[in-house]
Design a protein. Structure first.
Length: 181
């Protein structure tokens, strides 16, 4: 009788331990070509998170412009003005000189803001970019030559004084980087 009790206790213990093991029962496949599926799940974990590293290339055109007037006319000393002047002046530059290209090599997205500020002696000249800002996605997962880029173009308006005969600083173009919210 003692052996039966020991056997019963041992079998009960084995059943208890067997209940703790998780078993996934497969649904039966009852024909050739049948299949059974199970979702595979994963969670990303790291023991040390990577720090954000900002690296943004700014490639400037030479930002050198020429202000051209069709004709100043003829100076009239009695009226102290030019007679017969033709049209307003036009701003021009060499191809690409008016552009700024921003390339994001960071492991975070960035927002580039484009602004222009005239020098105090040239407040009559306005500068504006064709866009106020550009959002560049993270470079993670991209090839170096395919890094996120954007380009902005600076246009000038207003009249330049005719006494400016050599390249002269009339203002400052700025690219300011900010984190993306």
């Amino acid at each position: 009788m003692r052996i039966k009790k020991l056997t019963a206790v041992a079998m009960t213990g084995m059943m208890v331990f067997g209940m703790g093991t998780s078993v996934c029962a497969a649904s039966p496949i009852t024909q050739i070509g049948g299949a059974d599926t199970k979702d595979v799940k994963a969670t990303y974990a790291t023991n040390q998170a990577a720090q954000t590293v900002y690296s943004v290339d700014i490639a400037w055109g030479d930002m050198q412009y020429t202000y051209t007037v069709p004709s100043e006319g003829t100076w009239n000393p009695e009226k102290h003005q030019f007679d017969g002047a033709l049209g307003a002046g036009v701003w021009s530059c060499s191809d690409g000189a008016d552009k700024v290209k921003v390339t994001n090599h960071s492991n975070a997205a960035v927002k580039a803001a484009f602004t222009y500020e005239a020098e105090s002696d040239y407040q009559s000249i306005n500068g504006s970019f064709d866009k106020q800002d550009a959002t560049l996605q993270t470079a993670e997962g991209t090839e170096v030559l395919e890094a996120p880029t954007d380009t902005a173009t600076l246009s000038l308006s207003g009249a330049l004084k005719k006494n400016v005969q050599a390249p002269t600083k009339i203002g400052t173009a700025t690219v300011t980087l900010n984190a993306v919210d």
